[in-house]
Ligand binder design. Structure first.
Ligand code: NAD
Ligand code: MG
Length: 419
C-alpha cells in the first residue's frame, strides 16, 4: 500500500514555503500565482518553468523575482534572458529539459507545483520526486504513465505528493488522517469521482463528429487549458482521473466509481463501510484545491467566494453514459489491462487531442484513435519507467499513423502540446 500521500503530522507546518512552479504560464500556474500573491508572508517563488511563452514568463519574473527561470525552448529562453538582463533582474535563465529539471530540483525550493500539461511533465516531476520535494501534483498524465514506478520514485526520493486535481484533492480532504494504513483498515468502501459530463452531455450523438475545438473547450463550469478541456468533453479526463485515484490512494479499480454531477459543486466523495459518504464542496475554481495543498495542513484564504447552497439550488447526480463517452470505458479497460496500457492510452489521447485542436482530426476520432491504439499496441509489464516511456513512444507513432498525421520530428524528451 502506498504511503506517499501523507497526512497531517508527517511534517511540521512551516510558516514560509518556497516554491518552484512547473507550467507557470498555464491555467494552473495562473491560479497558483493568484493564491501565492495573496500571501507574500507565507509563499516565496524561487523557480518558474514553462514551454516557450517567454513574454509571459518575463512578466512573472518581474512580479515574483524567482532566482531561476526555465523554458524548454532554447530560442525563447534566449529572448527571456535578454529581456531580464535589460530589466536588471537577477533571475538566472536556463533552457531545455535540463533547465526544467533544474527548476524542479532547485535546492532552495521545498515545494514543487507540477502543472506542465501531458507526458512532458513526467521528467521534471520525477526530478522533483528524486530531490525529495513536497510535490503538488496537477500533471495527472505523469502519474497515469508512470503508475507504480512513479509512486516508487516518490517513495525512494522521500518526496510527498499532495493532489491538486480538484477531485483528488476533495478525496484527500475526505480521507482519514491515518489513511496510510490503507483503504480496508480505514473502512473505505468506494471512491466516488464526480464529473460534470462537459459541454456535450446532452448533444445529440450524431452531431459530435462535427463539433469544433472552441465548442469542445467551452466547459460549462471550469476554465482550464485547452488539452484538459477537450479531455473533459470526451470524459477521457475522468478516465485519467480514475487511474490517478487508483495510484494516489492505492484503491482497486472496482472500488472507484464515476458519478455525473453537472453542477461541479461536489468535487468528489468517499463512501465508508458504515454507510457514511463524505463529500467536499465548493465553487468550481482551482484556487480552492491549490490553496488547500499549498498551505496544508493550515488553511488560507484563496480568493474563491463562499458557497451559498440556498442560492446554488439543486445538485443532481446520474450514472455516466459509456456509449456517449467511450473514452471513459477505455480508461477502465487500460486499468484492467495493467502494465503499459495506461501509458499507451494516454499517449494516443495526447496525439489525437493535439490533432483535433489543430483541425487535423474530428472530435469522434479521438475515442476511435485511442481505442484502436489500446487494442493494437501490445501491453507489456512496467518494470521501470523506461518500459512506460517505450510504450508511450510506440503508441504515439501508432496513433499518428492511424490518424494519417505526418511522423513527429524526433525529440530528446517531452511532447509539449501547449505554449
Ligand atoms: P495549460 O495548457 O493552461 O498550461 C500548460 C503549462 O505547461 C504551460 O505553462 C506550458 O508552457 C507548459 N508546458 C506545456 N508543454 C510543455 C513542455 N513540453 N515543457 C515544459 N512546459 C510545458 O494547462 P493547464 O490547464 O494549466 O493544465 C496543466 C496540468 O494540470 C495538466 O496536466 C492538467 O491535466 C492538470 N489539471 C488542470 C486543471 C485546470 O483547471 N486547468 C485541473 C486539474 C488538473
Ligand atoms: Mg479534475
Amino acid at each position: 500500500m502506498s504511503a506517499s500521500v501523507r497526512r497531517a503530522g508527517d511534517a511540521p507546518a512551516t510558516s514560509v514555503r518556497t516554491l518552484a512552479i512547473l507550467g507557470a504560464t498555464g491555467s494552473i500556474g495562473d491560479s497558483t500565482l493568484d493564491v501565492v500573491a495573496r500571501h507574500p508572508d507565507r509563499f516565496v517563488v524561487a523557480g518558474l518553468a514553462a514551454h516557450r511563452q517567454w513574454q509571459k514568463l518575463a512578466q512573472l519574473c518581474r512580479r515574483f523575482r524567482p532566482q531561476l527561470a526555465a523554458l524548454l525552448d532554447a530560442d525563447a529562453a534566449r529572448s527571456l534572458e535578454r529581456e531580464l538582463e535589460a530589466d536588471g533582474l537577477p533571475t538566472r535563465v536556463v533552457a531545455g529539459i535540463d533547465g526544467l529539471n533544474a527548476v524542479a530540483s532547485l535546492a532552495q525550493a521545498d515545494t514543487v507545483l507540477a502543472a506542465i500539461v501531458g507526458a512532458a511533465g513526467l521528467a521534471p516531476t520525477l526530478a522533483a520526486a528524486r530531490a525529495g520535494k513536497r510535490i503538488l501534483l496537477a500533471n495527472k498524465e505523469a502519474l497515469v504513465i508512470g503508475g507504480a514506478a512513479f509512486m516508487e520514485a516518490v517513495r525512494e526520493g522521500g518526496a510527498t505528493l499532495l493532489p491538486i486535481d480538484s477531485e483528488h484533492n476533495a478525496i484527500f480532504q475526505c480521507l482519514p488522517r491515518d489513511y496510510a494504513r490503507g483503504h480496508a483498515a480505514a473502512g473505505v468502501r468506494r471512491i466516488l469521482l464526480t464529473g460534470s459530463g462537459g459541454p456535450f452531455r446532452k448533444r445529440p450523438l450524431t452531431e459530435l463528429a462535427a463539433v469544433t475545438p472552441d465548442e469542445a473547450c467551452a466547459h460549462p463550469n471550469w476554465s482550464m487549458g485547452r488539452k484538459i478541456s477537450v479531455d473533459s468533453a470526451t470524459m477521457m479526463n475522468k478516465g485519467l482521473e480514475v487511474i490517478e485515484a487508483h495510484w494516489l490512494f492505492a484503491v482497486p479499480r472496482e472500488r472507484i466509481e464515476v458519478v455525473i454531477h453537472p453542477q461541479s459543486v461536489v468535487h468528489s466523495m468517499v463512501e465508508y463501510v458504515d454507510g457514511s459518504v463524505l463529500a467536499q464542496l465548493g465553487h468550481p475554481d482551482m484556487r480552492t484545491p491549490i490553496a488547500q495543498a499549498l498551505a496544508y495542513p493550515d488553511r488560507v484564504e484563496s480568493g474563491v467566494g463562499l458557497l451559498d447552497l440556498a442560492r446554488q439550488g439543486a445538485l443532481s447526480f446520474e450514472p455516466p453514459d459509456f456509449d456517449r463517452f467511450p473514452c471513459l470505458g477505455l480508461a477502465f479497460d487500460a486499468l484492467d489491462a495493467g502494465g503499459t496500457a495506461a501509458a499507451v492510452l494516454n499517449a494516443a489521447n495526447e496525439i489525437a487531442v493535439a490533432a483535433f485542436l489543430a483541425g487535423d482530426a474530428r472530435f469522434t476520432d479521438i475515442a476511435a484513435a485511442c481505442g484502436e491504439t489500446l487494442a493494437r499496441v501490445a501491453t507489456q509489464p512496467v518494470r521501470t519507467l523506461d518500459d512506460a516511456l517505450a510504450a508511450d513512444a510506440e503508441a504515439r507513432a501508432f496513433a499518428r499513423a492511424w490518424l494519417k498525421l505526418p511522423a513527429a520530428a524526433p525529440v530528446r524528451s517531452g511532447h509539449g502540446t501547449a505554449a
